[in-house]
Design a protein around this ligand. Structure first.
Ligand code: FES
Ligand code: FE2
Length: 396
């Protein structure tokens, strides 16, 4: 992000604070509750967004060195991601070609050779079948066509992208559009993976996404937590194709008012949250990013889960150098985990409550305000991707 953009965002936020105004979607919109409850829509979403679309399964830091691997079942397909000896990223179906057993059962680790637990066929981390025990008993196996099934994958801008459909496409730059150079500018490949947590929730997956879409709720739902650090009702908002960037307003913005513009850094005034269609929220804290991935439980519209991964800047992971370094590391960790707790105990509780409210049949529509443009955008992109008409606008 160039300095001009830092200044534009900071000035925009200050303007909203000073004039008691906010970003404006240009009108209200009505979203039918069927968008969250209808099994047919849930099935279409599952097939369209989650079974044949490039997904961010982690950050480069999740495969920190040659020989690193991770497994993933979030898309209800067994996926094995590896980094080979040349540092190249690969993704495969985590399935032995002999009799179909899941090849690797650990969630992450270091391995150059994956040995099947059933009969010990062995695969290199570039997917090649290397060993077939007792081939003189078994009969000859053409190793050249019995490697692991490759999935389209790409490592770009510090993110690990995989399409779970072996025949599917992967065009990361096409997906990101003009967001790509901005993500690149944050050098997301420099961070260190810290920890991962999973929350199960009894609600439609889009309700979890919606909680990241506005700051209208900060002074009520988060009055004792996030409202201490953030101004609610002020945000800068920009769309990038199906993706967007929200800038939440930190109370610390006021410290910049007496500083020369040339010294302004947007991270001192705002918290950037990037939404990447369909299910990613990438939050860029000062001490490192947090990656939130939200998944439906297959085609069930009433159940979903979130994976939240924390990353820290390399400077902070140099623990043990001195007491001060250790304190900074621990406080960064606590801060990130505290933020995740707010998501779990406040946002997701309110969102699950909304799911129950909708199930009661109280209303046919939810209303998205002028000050909630991300909600308009999320739902219009979902609808567009499923061939549905845009949300109905309420003229006002
Ligand atoms: S199923 Fe993997 S070696 Fe037999
Ligand atoms: Fe929230």
């Amino acid at each position: 992000m160039d300095h001009q953009e830092h200044v534009r965002i900071i000035k925009g936020l200050m303007h909203y604070l000073d004039t008691d105004t906010n970003v404006d979607a240009g009108g209200q919109a009505r979203n039918p509750v069927s968008s969250y409850l209808c099994p047919d829509i849930a099935l279409k979403e599952w097939e369209t967004f989650f079974q044949d679309y490039p997904h961010v399964l982690g950050m480069s830091a999740d495969l920190p060195k040659p020989g690193s691997f991770l497994t993933n079942n979030d898309l209800k397909k067994p996926i094995l991601c590896t980094r080979d000896k040349n540092g190249e990223f690969h993704a495969f179906l985590n399935v032995c070609r002999h009799r179909g057993t899941i090849l690797e059962n650990e969630s992450r680790g270091q391995k150059n050779l994956f040995s099947c637990p059933f009969h010990a066929w062995g695969y290199a981390n570039n997917g090649n079948l290397i060993t077939v025990p007792k081939e003189n008993h078994f009969g000859p196996v053409d190793k050249s066509c019995n490697g692991l099934v490759k999935l389209p994958c790409s490592e770009k801008y510090g993110l690990l992208w995989v399409n779970p459909n072996p025949e599917g496409e992967i065009d990361v730059d096409g997906i990101l559009g003009d967001l790509a150079p901005e993500l690149e500018s944050w050098q997301l490949n420099r961070y260190i993976a810290n920890s991962e947590t999973t929350y199960d929730h009894s609600m439609n997956w889009k309700l979890a996404i919606d909680t990241f879409g506005e700051t209208y709720h900060f002074n009520t739902l988060h009055k004792d937590t996030l409202a201490n650090d953030f101004y609610g009702n002020a945000q800068m908002y920009d769309t990038h194709g199906r993706n967007h960037r929200m800038m939440l307003c930190l109370r610390n913005i006021d410290t910049l008012r007496n500083q020369p513009e040339k010294d302004w850094n947007v991270l001192l005034a705002a918290l950037p949250i990037y939404y990447i269609f369909p299910n990613i929220q990438l939050i860029l804290g000062q001490q490192g990013p947090t990656l939130v991935r939200v998944y439906p439980d297959g085609d069930n519209p009433h159940q979903s889960f979130s994976k939240i991964n924390f990353y820290l800047s390399p400077e902070l992971t140099e623990i043990g150098i001195d007491e001060e370094g250790k304190k900074r590391y621990e406080s960064a960790q606590e801060r990130m985990q505290g933020f995740a707790k707010v998501i779990q105990m406040e946002d997701y509780v309110a969102a699950a409550s909304a799911h129950q409210g909708m199930l009661s049949g109280a209303q046919e529509y939810l209303t998205f305000g002028r000050n909630e443009p991300a909600l308009h955008h999320y739902h219009n992109t979902y609808r567009e991707a499923l061939g549905m008409p845009p949300l109905e606008r309420i003229s006002n």
